[in-house]
Design a protein around this ligand. Structure first.
Ligand code: PLP
Length: 375
């Protein structure tokens, strides 16, 4: 029977407690949200929603074509200019998602004969960029600049190292300055995915590369998502103008993809302007994460010290992680649940995201529920 093997896989998933299901979210769900990536609490901010609505009224529901045909509006160009300026890079290119941005950056910067050095904890979209690229990939130990140095030594052709700035599973940060030093010793480029750093780290939320003194560097390229701190949708690549020009001409997920919907571009631009006006939101997201970590460990739970806004709490098994998250939900708290195959080390976790707009009472309530429902 066609696709018969699918049922065998489904059975294996069921037995391993790894079945995933979709849970439609009601607009007015009375849950305390520690599961989304809305780090700055901007997704439903009136200014951000109005930015989306205004853009849709002006430009329509879709971009109408790929960026090189009809899909570049003046709004896209404005967003690119302001993103580059905010994060301190010469140029920016907006794509339809952070996933597409990572595929674009890695494939375009790793031609045939080149070497890609990739951190073992990188996000799936960077991994898929490595898989699609013509260059050869070498996976190296997590957050280990010496391993990057060793991988690069002895390779004479073009090379690039790729890393998340803040890793999505445990919320730990990459040693960016040391990574850049290792790359420079070998004339290699550095591609950094700042999906979880933008809006949280760096001066006023300018991101982890900005905080590490790498903004505007000739040999550093940064990828972003507009779907987390900016409460919208879409992605971007930031870097030297000649790199962006190279992507416009060669990156397949840019060239063969419809431009970002105007509403998403408008929402992201409004979020960016709001963050410029209210830079304290960035520091607040980090402070909420640290407060959560402090209270959870004081309650005897095993939580990883957060470097940005992600707080990870260990669970004994995939089944218990799923039940723990469901029990939290029943008690009015929405938390994320990471388990294999999404976690490279096989350890299941509850994943909490701090939001700048969480009150002290909400933090206390979240810790109470997580403690009361622990397996
Ligand atoms: C580290 C990282 N990079 C890239 C992405 C993909 O971004 P997007 O959702 O905009 O496709 C995500 C998650 O969504 C992520 O966590």
């Amino acid at each position: 029977m066609a696709f018969g093997w699918i049922d065998e896989q489904a059975e294996l998933r069921r037995r391993a407690g790894l079945v995933r299901t979709l849970r439609p979210r009601a607009a007015d769900a009375p849950l305390l949200d520690l599961a989304s990536n809305d780090y700055l609490g901007l997704a439903r901010h009136p200014e951000v929603a109005e930015g989306a609505a205004r853009a849709a009224r002006t430009w329509g529901g879709g971009a109408t074509g790929s960026r090189l045909v009809t899909g570049t509006t003046e709004l896209h160009t404005e967003l690119e200019r302001e993103l580059a300026d905010f994060c301190g890079f010469e140029a920016a290119l907006v794509l339809s998602s952070g996933y597409a941005a990572n595929l674009a950056a890695v494939t375009a910067l790793a031609p045939h004969g080149s070497l890609i050095v990739s951190d073992a904890g990188n996000h799936a979209s960077l991994i898929d960029g490595c898989r699609l690229a013509r260059g050869r990939t070498q996976v190296v130990a997590h957050t280990d600049p010496d391993a990057v140095r060793k991988a690069l030594s002895g390779h004479d052709a073009a090379a690039v190292a790729v890393s998340d700035t803040v890793f999505s599973v445990d919320g730990d940060a990459a040693p960016l300055a040391a990574l850049a030093r290792a790359c420079r010793e070998h004339g290699a480029g550095l591609v950094l995915d700042d999906a979880h750093g933008l809006g949280v780290l760096g001066d006023g939320g300018r991101g982890a590369p900005h905080a590490a003194g790498l903004a505007g560097a000739e040999d550093v390229v940064v990828t972003l998502t507009l779907s987390k701190s900016f409460g919208s949708q879409g992605g971007a690549v930031l870097g030297p103008a000649r790199v962006v020009e190279h992507l416009v001409n060669t990156a397949r997920t840019f060239i063969f993809d419809t431009g970002l919907a105007p509403a998403a571009a408008g929402a992201a631009l409004s979020a960016l302007r709001l963050l410029r006006r209210e830079p304290g939101r960035a520091a607040r997201a980090g402070a909420v994460a640290r407060a959560l970590h402090h209270r959870l460990t004081a309650a005897g739970l095993e939580a990883v010290r957060p470097d940005a806004a992600v707080v990870s709490v260990r669970a004994p098994s995939p089944e218990q992680a799923v039940r723990w998250a469901a029990d939290c939900r029943a008690a009015g708290l929405s938390v994320g649940c990471f388990r294999p195959p999404s976690v490279p080390d096989g350890i299941s976790r509850l994943r909490l995201t701090a939001r700048a707009d969480l009150s002290g009472a909400e933090i206390e309530r979240a810790v109470q529920v997580i403690g009361d429902t622990r397996p």
